[in-house]
Write a protein that binds this ligand. Structure first.
Ligand SMILES: *[C@@H]1O[C@H](CO)[C@@H](O)[C@H](O)[C@H]1NC(C)=O
Ligand SMILES: *[C@@H]1O[C@H](CO)[C@@H](O)[C@H](O)[C@H]1NC(C)=O
Ligand SMILES: *[C@@H]1O[C@H](CO)[C@@H](O)[C@H](O)[C@H]1NC(C)=O
Ligand SMILES: *[C@@H]1O[C@H](CO)[C@@H](O)[C@H](O)[C@H]1NC(C)=O
Ligand SMILES: *[C@@H]1O[C@H](CO)[C@@H](O)[C@H](O)[C@H]1NC(C)=O
Ligand SMILES: *[C@@H]1O[C@H](CO)[C@@H](O)[C@H](O)[C@H]1NC(C)=O
Length: 755
């Protein structure tokens, strides 16, 4: 454990980037005074460690500790009072990150979404020599606009509080604060003369607001009840207050040019265009109205909204807006594109002269045929250099900075997206994230100002986020082999040879995707069955089976740890997901070779044993329950009608994603309850349809099957069932039973279907 303390022993001095484009960025700083930030960190430590915190840590925040250009710095030492660790930070976040570094490296602790491991030694080990670390990154950013809908949508303050603690400990110093914005929009629209029904038809339901905010979607699964707005406002006050006192910069939403249809009634002469449909939706729910950048109402609405928002919430001067996210502009004329971004920016400065625009760079890599260098340059340079920060959102797989001369001089943040739709599924691109930020910084004329985490959904693959947040404080890549061994030790609170080996095998296989890797779980398990399912894999499945065996064999020693229990469920789940693919393959072969008996046997095992066992497994852990998600949605309703609306939102997002399966299974989850009643019923229909085809000598018609299975999918959404929000069953016994049944054949079959 002690050897690890040296691992990150670096004091990084980074030359301040000079030039006018950095001035606005380095001017930004948290508004809370040092003393308030100190207090916020002390309270965090008390939530984390209980009463012991006060006698164990002496925390101080002093802004003058910051490195050149405002780079966050922490200092750890022992020496003042005996038995006490002194932590100084240039901000609350820096101090919190320093404490977490100490807890990890000196005490073998760990804090993650799936749980914490905080067994402290009786006496805290002293810090032998002062440790000073300066982050090479001005910003360590977190959140994707989609995370708001895929993960946070039903959260109460308790859950938010835990998240903000996690953010501080992991060094996040800038994040979105998007909660409650619809309440302000509603106020603005009413004051402009829209009536309530025009507003109601515009907003989507809670689980789809991320796409309403980007102009992708309207109306679907809405409207928003009044109580929703009130509760979200309350949350937003608390979120902002906590983030700011910890020294984080909050990013507020701004106007991107999209307007509700009702505006056209009130202002019939305004110049609007209508964008095309988004994704697989038609204009019933998409095709946003976009105000012309030259129409005076653009400034009126944009500035009115932002002034109202700032009046309500205050500001840290950073604003987010996305006009063309996944939507093709009507003209590729560079002059037009510059006018749009200039108009968005002007509507910000109209309310806040020091505004800085944080923009997602997703569009550039999403429609590269449209966004040629001239178009990218025009959009970016419609805003003065340095007043926009671009999130290179998917930089670990498809970096944009590299083909845009570093965003043509606008500062950018190297972001790891990692996750789509909040899917479960082990996945990672460890080599790319371990190298990428350093390459981006060394790039010719690099304008990189930070690193970021931009997952669409969280509460999955803790290991990848721990790595990325550690890298936020490093000036060079880490030794992954050593890093993962330390991770296993901290996560379980002890070194266990089998667990370490399990993690090493996972690191080298399922977590080591290289090339263009998209973590969208395409396992047949979670997709609508057909005879042409995607079976591509980027790793050697046997390594996961081996990791499964190793973790199970360490259960005697580690079985009482809750982070271990999570990993045991998760790795077993991954092994079973692999097995489902094998059974699918068998089913397909049996059907194609007209072998009814083989079809009945393999189909029977899949439908009557493997999937129910997977459901049992997931149902044995609180963190994998459908009921947890659904009951959280119901809990914020203030009437039965609202509860039904939220329940529909919650179920639809996981499954059909739209009224007719528009983005079917995009946000799939492996939850106890969902596996049996949704994926399981679907597989059962598939197998029985194939059996029927063989019995009657008729071919399988995918179209007919799709129609039938759609009824099953819809049926799940409206099944009226309540699912338990409490786990049942003994995880270890369930895993042992599944292992006994399936490991021997899995091991024989484990092979690698490479891409
Ligand atoms: C903060 O640090 C600066 C520079 O080291 C020092 O001059 C100042 O006294 C410190 N402030 C407090 C309140 O300790
Ligand atoms: C809002 O205005 C529209 C269009 O004039 C009208 O059809 C609708 O009834 C109005 N709704 C309310 C609640 O006034
Ligand atoms: C409306 O806006 C478009 C650009 O968005 C512009 O090309 C056009 O000239 C404008 N029309 C009028 C009548 O101002
Ligand atoms: C990098 O910056 C230098 C100095 O500002 C400039 O001369 C050069 O053209 C830039 N290179 C690229 C590829 O932008
Ligand atoms: C990941 O795989 C590549 C080969 O594709 C290999 O060169 C690299 O060492 C692996 N990295 C890890 C951490 O296992
Ligand atoms: C896959 O992993 C297994 C287990 O470690 C190993 O025996 C096998 O050689 C690997 N296969 C390939 C193709 O690398």
């Amino acid at each position: 454990m002690m050897a690890l303390a040296g691992l990150l022993l670096l004091s990084v001095a980074v030359a301040a980037s000079s030039g006018p484009s950095w001035e606005p960025v380095s001017r930004l700083r948290p508004a809370a005074e040092n003393r308030r930030q100190e207090g916020a960190v002390r309270e965090l430590l008390e939530r984390l460690l209980g009463p012991r915190a006060a006698s164990a840590f002496s925390v101080s925040v002093n802004r003058s500790l910051a490195g050149p250009g405002g780079l966050d710095t922490y200092r750890l030492s022992s020496g003042g009072r005996p038995g006490m660790v002194e932590v100084d930070g240039s901000s609350g976040v820096a101090a919190a990150a320093g404490v977490y570094r100490y807890l990890k490296d000196f005490c073998g602790c760990h804090v993650s979404w799936s749980g914490s491991q905080l067994r402290l030694p009786e006496r805290l080990p002293p810090v032998p020599a002062e440790i000073v670390v300066t982050s090479p990154n001005r910003f360590r950013f977190y959140q994707n606009v989609c995370t708001q809908s895929y993960s946070y949508v039903w959260w109460n303050w308790d859950r938010w509080e835990r998240e903000i603690d996690w953010m501080a400990l992991h060094g996040i110093n800038m994040a979105l604060a998007f909660t409650g914005q619809e309440a302000i929009w509603q106020r603005v629209y009413l004051s402009l003369g829209l009536n309530q029904s025009e507003i109601d038809e515009y907003f989507t339901g809670p689980a789809f607001l991320a796409w309403n905010r980007m102009g992708n979607l309207h109306t679907w699964a809405g409207p928003l009840p009044l109580s929703w707005h009130l509760k979200q406002l309350y949350l937003q006050y608390r979120i902002l207050e906590r983030m700011r006192t910890l020294g984080m910069l909050t990013v507020l939403p701004a106007f991107s040019g999209h307007i509700p249809r009702g505006i056209l009634r009130v202002f019939p002469r305004i110049n609007v265009t209508r964008l095309g449909s988004w994704s697989h939706f038609d204009c019933t729910f998409s095709c946003a109205y976009l105000l012309s950048p030259e129409d005076p109402m653009f400034q009126v609405i944009g500035t009115l909204f932002l002034k109202e928002l700032i009046k309500e919430f205050g500001t840290d001067h950073v604003y987010s807006a996305d006009t063309f996210n996944e939507m093709r502009p009507l003209s590729s004329d560079p002059d037009y594109l510059s006018k749009v971004s200039a108009a968005v920016f002007r509507s910000m400065t109209g309310a806040d002269p020091s505004a800085l625009w944080l923009m997602q760079g997703w569009l550039f890599q999403h429609q590269p045929d449209f966004w040629q260098p001239a178009q990218v340059r025009a959009l970016l340079q419609g805003v003065p250099l340095g007043r926009m920060v671009v999130l290179d959102l998917f930089a670990e797989s498809k970096p944009v900075y590299s083909w845009t001369e570093s965003f043509y001089g606008q500062p950018f943040i190297w972001c790891m997206l990692h996750n789509f739709g909040g899917n479960h599924g082990l996945f990672g691109t460890v080599d790319s994230i371990n190298q990428g930020p350093f390459r981006a910084r060394a790039f010719l004329n690099s304008t990189m100002v930070g690193i970021g985490l931009t997952p669409e959904g969280i509460e999955q693959n803790d290991v990848i986020y721990e790595l990325m947040t550690d890298l936020g404080w490093c000036k060079e890549p880490v030794n992954l082999q050593q890093w993962v061994a330390a991770y296993a030790m901290q996560r379980y609170g002890t070194t266990n040879a089998q667990a370490t080996e399990a993690w090493q095998r996972l690191l080298h296989s399922v977590y080591n995707c290289s090339g263009i890797c998209v973590n969208h779980n395409h396992s047949p398990l979670v997709h609508r069955p057909s005879l042409r399912m995607n079976m591509e894999l980027w790793y050697n499945q046997s390594e996961v089976y081996e990791a499964w065996r190793l973790l199970l064999s360490s259960a005697k020693e580690l079985g009482t740890s809750s982070t271990f229990a999570y990993d045991l469920v998760d790795v077993t789940r991954q092994a079973m997901q692999q097995l489902v693919s094998d059974y699918y393959q068998d089913i397909k072969q049996a059907f194609q070779s007209h072998s009814l008996s083989r079809l009945l046997t393999t189909g029977g095992v899949l439908v009557y044993d493997l999937l129910p066992e997977l459901d049992n497994l997931l149902s044995s852990d609180q963190r994998f329950l459908l009921g947890h998600w659904l009951e959280a949605a119901r809990a914020i309703a203030t009437s039965d009608r609202e509860a039904e609306l939220y329940d529909l939102n919650a179920r639809n997002q996981l499954t059909l994603w739209g009224p007719s399966g528009n983005i079917l299974d995009y946000a799939n989850k492996q939850f106890g309850g969902l596996v049996l009643d949704y994926y399981g019923v679907r597989w059962s229909l598939f197998v029985s349809t194939l059996v029927e085809c063989l019995n009657t000598g008729t071919p399988f018609h995918q179209n007919q099957f799709n129609q039938a299975v759609f009824q099953v999918e819809r049926g799940f959404i409206y099944n009226g069932k309540r699912y338990p929000a409490k786990a049942t069953g003994n995880t270890l016994e369930i895993v042992a039973k599944i292992f006994l049944k399936y490991y021997p054949s899995a091991r024989k079959r484990g092979h690698w279907r490479s891409m």
